[in-house]
Design a protein around this ligand. Structure first.
Ligand code: SF4
Length: 107
């Protein structure tokens, strides 16, 4: 079991939870973060730290967001680790809650 980053992270990409992860399980892409499910120890520290509510237990991910589970598994083994938080994109707040962001994912 692991936590997963769901699509509301796309173009918001807050990264401060990289500072709280004890096992450096986060991976960074151009406009999205994912969690490597093989490294996540399910401590739960990152879930409340995400201010856009993008991080969820994989068993709690609702149907329309379930493609995110596969994305975390795929991209978590491709993208580089992010070991420390950095400033978000300047327009991050404008993207919070925008529907259909999966189509905007940059790999
Ligand atoms: Fe890291 Fe814990 Fe979040 Fe897993 S649940 S990604 S181990 S902070």
């Amino acid at each position: 079991m692991a936590l997963v980053v769901t699509e509301n992270c796309i173009n918001c990409k807050h990264t401060y939870w990289a500072d709280v992860c004890p096992v450096e399980a986060f991976r960074e892409g151009p406009n999205f973060l994912v969690i490597n499910p093989d490294e996540c120890i399910d401590c739960g520290l990152c879930e409340p730290a995400c201010i856009v509510g993008a991080i969820m237990d994989e068993h709690a991910v609702p149907g329309q967001l379930r493609p995110s589970i596969q994305l975390n598994a795929q991209l978590g083994n491709v993208w580089p680790k992010i070991r420390a938080g950095k400033p978000p994109p300047p327009d991050a707040e404008e993207w919070d809650g925008v529907p259909g962001k999966l189509a905007l994912l940059e790999r």
